[in-house]
Design a protein around this ligand. Structure first.
Ligand code: NAD
Length: 319
């Protein structure tokens, strides 16, 4: 098949592009490199640098594409609180621009990377797709809006559409920006370098950490499985892990005993979140394969950012 992946030089985009091209597909990647890095892309992926809001450029990139994965977005919850306008312009404006070009070119299917954060605080856990979203941050609002645009415009323009609500993805290639870094690679790096782990709030807040390979399999299935038009589907591990537990696992896989500092809770965060994966199993045949401890080990083994510590942590304890 021929695919376009927007945000294709990002963390999930790179893993997806490399997987698809290795499976024999024809893959184009679009990214403005505001956060992405094309150096990790398989050379067989046709990379194009550009902004997803550029509709004439999309007309060219979408020629003969059978499915577009829409991943291009600003992705940091805490940053979105500071810059909601920018998040709206890229995440919502980019989605509308893409759907316009999908209509013009006649692309048959769009897979949107939405997010588990759209659920916000829900009394019922694990969360099912039918629950009313309670977004707590501008980022989550943009994902709710993107879902509505993709489904509404897809129906009007005759394109099949599916939205995957991805929970906390982690794995090799995830960036650690200087501010608002994702917790998994940040904790590993701090633990290995002898720094402290900063926990926001009391550490009892829970998340659903899902390994990148599981996310990629779900995305691929969403593009190729019949009968998913109009569906929202959770993609997580189905396991609820508190930040305190994550600290424990990080200590175990690194073989270090990092000190933990408690700071005030970050705005836009939620107290509990874990995915119900019933629908993903039924319609995509999805079930997660990689446990958190196994995923942390793979991350340490495979991500070059941890390479310099590998020799010095040979006896890392088993979790
Ligand atoms: P990422 O930041 O690594 O990837 C996003 C990519 O989009 C970056 O490479 C960035 O350069 C690119 N981009 C940003 N603005 C752009 C624009 N205007 N035009 C073209 N490219 C642009 O983040 P990621 O973790 O790989 O996330 C990918 C997608 O999955 C995002 O839509 C994100 O919201 C969604 N998602 C991620 C997670 C997660 O845990 N990583 C969870 C839920 C949903």
């Amino acid at each position: 098949m021929r695919f376009l992946v927007t945000g294709g030089a990002g963390f999930i985009g790179t893993a997806l592009c490399n997987h698809l091209v290795a499976a024999g597909h024809d893959v184009r990647a679009l990214d403005d490199l505001s956060a992405g890095d094309p150096s990790r892309l398989d050379p067989r992926v046709l990379f194009h640098r550009g902004d997803v809001r550029n509709v004439p450029m999309l007309w060219t990139l979408l020629q003969d594409v059978e499915c577009v994965f829409h991943l291009a977005a600003r992705v940091l919850v805490a940053e979105s609180v500071l810059y909601p306008q920018e998040y709206n312009e890229v995440n919502v404006g980019g989605t509308v621009a893409l759907m316009t070009a999908v209509r013009d070119v006649g692309v048959p299917r769009v897979v949107l990377a939405s997010s588990g954060t759209v659920y916000g605080n829900q009394p019922q856990q694990p969360v099912r797709e039918g629950l009313q979203p309670q977004p707590q941050s501008p980022y989550a609002v943009t994902k709710v809006a993107a879902e509505h645009y993709v489904f509404t415009l897809g129906k009007l323009y005759g394109a099949e559409t599916v939205a995957l609500r991805i929970f906390n993805a982690y794995g090799p290639g995830q960036r650690v920006p200087p501010a608002h870094a994702p917790v998994v690679p940040l904790f590993l790096r701090r633990a290995l370098s002898g720094g402290s782990l900063v926990v926001h709030g009391d550490g009892s807040q829970t998340r659903d950490f899902v390994y990148i390979d599981d996310v990629v399999r779900a995305l691929e299935a969403a593009a190729t499985t019949p009968g998913v038009n109009g569906l929202i589907i959770n993609v997580g591990s189905g396991v609820e892990t508190s930040v305190k537990d994550l600290v424990r696992y990080v200590a175990a896989v690194t073989g270090r005993e990092p000190s933990v500092l408690y700071n005030e809770a970050q705005p836009g965060g939620v107290s509990r979140l874990v995915a119900d994966l019933t629908l993903a199993g039924e319609v995509l045949g999805y079930s997660p394969r990689v446990s958190l401890v196994e995923g942390l080990r793979r991350l340490l083994d495979q991500d070059p950012q941890f390479a310099r510590w590998r020799v010095s942590a040979p006896g890392a304890a088993r979790a």
